[in-house]
Ligand binder design. Structure first.
Ligand SMILES: [Ca+2]
Ligand SMILES: [Ca+2]
Length: 314
């Protein structure tokens, strides 16, 4: 009996140890593969393939689903916005974004379900960098300004509402004021680390410290391993976290934890309408209501939804 109890106890501990950590990330890599990155161990696990060609940046929505944009394929297909299920990597098209966004760009989602999307687009003979505000539920995007910095590969939000971005040609990360489009260097001493590894993505769960993945463009041959860093978005201090084995071409990263999983209609608050949305999804056997993430729908999902609902939103 004691032995059984010990066995169960060690299984519970092992389960906790194998569970997700707030610092872990989802990553989109190598032409649309979705991976799980264990940041402490520097380990990558493939979840599945989104089948989206030219998949670019990624972010976690308040509804617990991932959102991703793809770059256009010249005249064949425009840039597109997708919703991606983090459980199995299946991608659902939300909208066409048009023929801009030729460069990798960046996507970051606000708590109210609106996203900032920066993309480089061709302006006749040269490129220009534009920022769009995208409604994730409809996919409708509205241009809000032009930036003086090109080829942004990482974009995330700071707690004061400023955007923090990076491209590898800049000496360091910089802030973007989304109201005025003014840019300002945050920290200059850190740029050289990335000289051979372009920014794969930036992400911040707490909007104070960002996680950054630097990853090589080329996936064959002697490409250096992808590296993870943390960046204090107020002081500009950069710290090395871990290195990933294998040739990972990472173009976007997203937090594992949704900031507000009960906010199913993504309006930034939780109320009756989210309960109604949950019940509709549950009744329709839609796995959006699979709140304990075990692939089946039953009483435990209602209990899990009620728990996150009672915890509220940040
Ligand atoms: Ca809501
Ligand atoms: Ca379930």
């Amino acid at each position: 009996m004691t032995q059984l109890r010990t066995t169960i106890f060690s299984l519970v501990i092992a389960g906790l140890a194998a569970g997700s950590s707030a610092e872990d990330l989802y990553a989109i890599r190598d032409g649309g593969k979705l991976s799980y990155l264990n940041m402490a161990l520097g380990e990558e696990t493939l979840i599945g393939h989104t089948s989206v060609q030219r998949a670019s940046s990624l972010d976690m929505g308040p509804d617990g689903m991932l959102y991703m944009h793809s770059r256009p394929n010249s005249a064949i297909s425009p840039a597109r916005l997708y919703q991606v299920d983090p459980g199995n990597a299946s991608a659902t098209l939300i909208s066409d974004l048009g023929y801009g966004f030729e460069l990798e760009g960046g996507l970051t989602i606000r708590d109210d379900g609106m996203a900032y999307l920066v993309g480089g687009r061709s302006n006749g003979s040269s490129f220009e960098s534009a920022i769009f505000l995208v409604d994730l539920s409809t996919g409708v995007s509205t241009e809000i300004g032009i930036l003086d910095i090109l080829d942004i590969n990482g974009l995330t939000l700071r707690s004061d509402g400023m955007l923090v971005a990076w491209n590898q040609y800049m000496p360091g990360p910089f802030t973007i004021d989304p109201d005025t489009m003014e840019t300002e260097i945050l920290s200059e001493e850190v740029g050289n680390i990335f000289s051979f590894r372009p920014i794969g993505g930036m992400e911040s769960a707490d909007q104070e410290v960002a996680l950054i993945i630097a990853s090589h463009f080329v996936t064959e041959g002697n490409s250096p391993p992808a590296m993870a860093f943390s960046l204090d978005m107020y002081s500009g201090e950069l710290k090395f976290l871990s290195e990933f084995e294998g040739d990972l071409l990472i173009t976007g990263i997203a937090s594992v934890d949704s900031p507000c999983p009960a906010d199913l209609n993504m309006d930034g608050t939780i109320n009756f309408f989210d309960v109604s949305e949950f019940l509709s999804a549950f009744a329709a056997m839609d796995l959006a209501s699979d709140f304990n993430k075990d692939g089946t729908l039953n009483f435990f999902d209602i209990a899990a939804f009620l728990t996150v609902f009672s915890e509220g939103c940040p």
